[in-house]
Design a protein around this ligand. Structure first.
Ligand SMILES: Cc1ncc(COP(=O)(O)O)c(C=O)c1O
Length: 390
């Protein structure tokens, strides 16, 4: 008999996070090099840490603050969005500071969906987006990307139904590293406009593109402010994952709804993190830029190594973030492949099944957190492992 204390059907249907499972296998296999975790190798600018150390000297530091975030931080974000993303916030949009990009996505989903509404996600997709949609009682409609993980705009259009509330895109992308060109994002945005649905666009990795490739913010398009929700994070851009700071740009028409969600989940964003974020923003994108050349060299090394003819995998190009999602030529499922890579070859990756990848045996490798030497050693083990398990 079902226990009266079991979880809700909604939560039971949400996937179990895979990272803790992979982390357990790593802990059981000492000496494993992890190409798993999607984090950067550096911390915040010292100015941000100093701002946090100055925090707490006045009583107001300890009280609730405004639901949408501290006014100087909101003003700094508006200035950044205008200068870097071409998004002018007032009067048609609003900025809200959140406890990270994940909370911003949850705020948006709760604000725009009713139970059984649909959100289209190009697949493979970021697992927490799927989880948020499921927790809200809405449904994910997965639309496959092409062999290079680029958007299939016609297929997205064909997937829209009367229940569709939004298309959610991520560029640069997790898990694929793909960067969508301005034309493709413009086409999705205009599709959303013409079909009367929202365009959610996650730019958590906006500072991580390589060569001449640049990210594009669909929220900057003329007339897009009424139906475009843009999501950002300081976790990767400033090496501030533990501080939990993100922000979202929402149409003014959603202000009341998003404020209700934010007021219930958070009341106000944590003040100490906001002070640190304000100081980080004053340093600006130069902080990440100083690391991007190093990441690019690592990215090229991985591509050259894994795309050699005698390595049994396909490596679609990845011009952004710090990921590759490679398709292994193996009969194993991706979860089994990852376990074998860890236990037998001491190298960890994340199984593509966690990202709803249709390819039977894909794995995501991340090169953001490690120095070039460790990545090279890890990729060498991966090559040996793929050869042994293919
Ligand atoms: C696409 C994407 N959005 C959002 C997040 C979460 O960011 P945050 O730490 O700001 O919640 C991640 C983290 O990996 C991500 O990959």
């Amino acid at each position: 008999m079902l226990s009266p204390y079991s979880q809700s059907r909604r939560l039971a249907a949400v996937q179990v996070p895979v990272i803790p499972i992979v982390a357990r296998w790593i802990a059981e296999s000492p000496g494993t090099i992890s190409l798993g975790q999607g984090v950067v190798s550096y911390g915040p600018p010292p100015e941000a840490v100093a701002a946090a150390q100055r925090f707490g000297t006045t009583l107001s530091d300890h009280r609730y603050g405004p639901v949408e975030g501290l006014p100087p931080l909101v003003a700094a974000l508006e200035a950044k969005l205008a200068a870097e993303n071409g998004i002018s916030v007032p009067p048609d949009s609003r900025v809200l500071v959140t406890a990270g990009g994940n909370q911003a996505f949850m705020n948006a989903v709760l604000a725009i969906t009713d139970p059984d509404d649909e959100i289209i996600l190009p697949a493979p997709y970021y697992f927490n987006h799927e989880m948020a949609i499921g927790m809200a009682g809405a449904k994910v409609v997965a639309v496959p990307t092409d062999r290079n993980y680029q958007l299939d705009v016609a297929a997205i259009g064909a997937a829209i139904t009367p229940r569709t509330r939004a298309v959610a895109t991520v560029s640069p992308n997790n898990p694929t590293g793909a960067v969508y060109p301005a034309e493709a994002l413009t086409a999705v945005n205009r599709l959303c406009q013409s079909r009367g649905i929202f365009h959610l666009h996650d730019e958590a990795y906006e500072y991580f593109t390589y060569g001449s490739v640049r990210p594009f913010s669909p929220g900057s398009l003329d007339g897009a402010s009424g139906y475009t929700i843009s999501l950002y994070s300081l976790s990767k851009a400033y090496g501030m994952a533990s501080w939990r700071v993100g922000y979202m740009v929402i149409p003014a028409s959603l202000h009341e709804a998003v404020n209700k969600v934010q007021d219930t989940l958070l009341i106000c964003p944590p003040a100490v993190s906001q002070q640190a974020a304000l100081a980080a923003l004053a340093v600006g994108r130069a902080h990440a830029a100083s690391h991007v050349a190093r990441l690019d060299a690592t990215r090229r090394l991985i591509f050259d190594t894994l795309s050699a003819a005698d390595v049994p995998c396909d490596v679609p190009p990845a011009d952004g973030a710090f990921y590759y999602l490679l398709r292994a030529h193996s009969d194993l499922d991706s979860m089994t492949l990852v376990e074998r890579l860890i236990r037998d070859h001491r190298v960890a990756a994340i199984p593509g099944s966690a990202f709803a990848d249709a390819a039977p045996c894909s794995i995501r490798i991340s090169y953001g957190a490690l120095d070039a030497e460790t990545v090279a050693e890890g990729v060498g083990r991966l090559v040996k492992g793929l050869r042994a398990l293919a």
